[in-house]
Design a protein around this ligand. Structure first.
Ligand code: SAH
Length: 399
């Protein structure tokens, strides 16, 4: 069957990353294309001698022209292929699958799970599929059917409305893909807490699943503390803090709807109180205002959106991280705890630590790292694809 596939031939000297099993082939590595593959088609990748290197899907519109699906010449890309990959990916979630405490998590994390361009999240009885690339598009219905079969989900909803699709020349697409029509509001559990999720309209696929383990790790620091939760979205960190016995929680976000959902999530867990605050506004301005009013907190969480989408934005992003972290440090009582994150893949943990160092020097506070944090276990990092590591964070004590 492989001789029927179109062929992408690599330039001599560009085989190394394929041989070391990196799943991306950039346009600059390709010497020629044979057999007129359409965008999204499955192609074989050959060396200059016509030897097989890998098989993947093709998109001439993308800088990442081929994403590799297999290095095995005798493995066809068919329904069975996707079934095996999905099944293995789901099985990799291990104990989460059996948990009643946690019913929302990522079932497939794209390249890291051998499923390039495909994200699958579970929210209770529902599954959300996100296609990031042309190569996933022709398989969406097959994938949705397989997901119903493998997870017994009531329905599969598509949330392919992320900006990166633009780099593939794909339009945003959302809607029901398989099974029943998705519920508007879904209640999920995370570490025994309840959260309402808006599958059709929320950020990402509805919830920031990648922070689950970090919410649990930060909770014990929150007892009896005044907690400032900045970039709160639907207030998940605040719900954990309240359960852990925080003296008060203050959510800050630019989105009114997210703040309202944040109050709702506290209520859903019987944790709402008069002392809690929900402040809408630009975090940089709000924090400056609080600082200048002399407000102080015992624990500050900073979980900003991605600041760097490409290399040219890294310098501006580091300035943004430095500013917000200086404000966070200034708002803390001596001995307070700063929990700070960066989800920009282009900012390494090392660089982020340097930014925090710069911030600490400028505000004249000694800052000690107590714990290093990363994305949850359902967002694994395949060693041949280090690009998958994007979320990093620190729990620090600020003197
Ligand atoms: N901590 C959250 C996720 C945060 S996502 C959680 O655990 O679920 C980032 C959030 O920052 C989004 O809710 C977005 O609305 C908000 N945001 C983006 N830019 C902002 C700004 N300049 N000021 C305040 N909030 C902002």
């Amino acid at each position: 069957m492989s001789e029927a596939l179109p062929v992408v031939r690599l330039k001599r000297g560009r085989y190394k990353s394929v041989l070391s099993r990196h799943p991306w082939i950039f346009s600059g590595s390709i010497s020629s294309v044979h057999g007129s593959p359409v965008p999204g088609a499955v192609v074989d990748v050959h060396d200059q001698e016509g030897g097989f290197l890998a098989r993947g899907y093709y998109n001439p519109h993308s800088q990442i022209t081929v994403r590799i699906l297999t290095w095995n010449e005798s493995e066809p890309i068919d329904r069975d292929f996707w079934r095996r990959r999905l099944q293995a990916s789901i099985a990799r979630r291990g104990p989460l699958l059996e948990s009643t405490e946690t019913t929302a998590y990522r079932l497939a994390f794209a390249e890291s799970d051998g499923l390039p361009g495909l994200i699958v999240d579970r929210y209770g009885e529902w599954v959300v599929l996100q296609s990031l690339t042309y190569g996933i598009e022709p398989w969406k219905t097959t994938l949705a059917d397989l997901l119903v079969e493998l997870t017994h989900a009531r329905g599969v909803y598509e949330r392919s409305d992320v900006d990166v699709r633009g780099q593939e020349r794909l339009e945003p697409v959302t809607g029901d893909l398989a099974g029943e029509r998705v519920a508007e509001r879904v209640i999920v559990s995370e570490n025994g807490l309840r959260f309402q999720v808006d599958i059709a309209g929320g950020h990402k696929t509805g919830f920031y699943l990648d922070q689950r383990d970090n919410r649990r790790k930060i909770a014990p620091y929150c007892a009896d503390r005044r907690v400032l939760n900045v970039f709160s979205y639907t207030g998940a960190f605040a719900v954990y803090a309240a359960r852990a016995g925080a003296a008060a929680v203050t959510n800050v976000d630019s989105s009114y709807d997210a703040l309202v959902a944040g109050e709702e999530n506290l209520r859903l867990n019987g944790l709402e109180r008069e002392v809690d605050e929900h402040i809408q506004g630009d975090a940089f301005q709000v924090l400056r205002g609080l600082r200048d009013e002399g407000r102080r907190f015992d624990l500050v969480i900073l979980d900003p959106p991605k600041f760097a989408y490409n290399k040219s934005q890294v310098t501006a992003a580091t300035r943004g991280y430095k500013d917000i972290n200086m404000l966070g440090m200034q708002l803390l009582e001596p001995g307070g705890i700063l929990c700070t994150f960066s989800c920009s893949g282009l900012i390494s943990e090392d660089l982020f630590q340097k930014v925090l160092f710069g911030a600490s020097v400028d505000v004249g506070r000694d800052v000690r790292i107590l714990e290093r944090l990363a994305q949850g276990t359902d967002h694994p990092v395949l060693l041949t694809f280090p690009e998958a590591a994007y979320l990093k964070g620190f729990i620090c004590q600020v003197e």
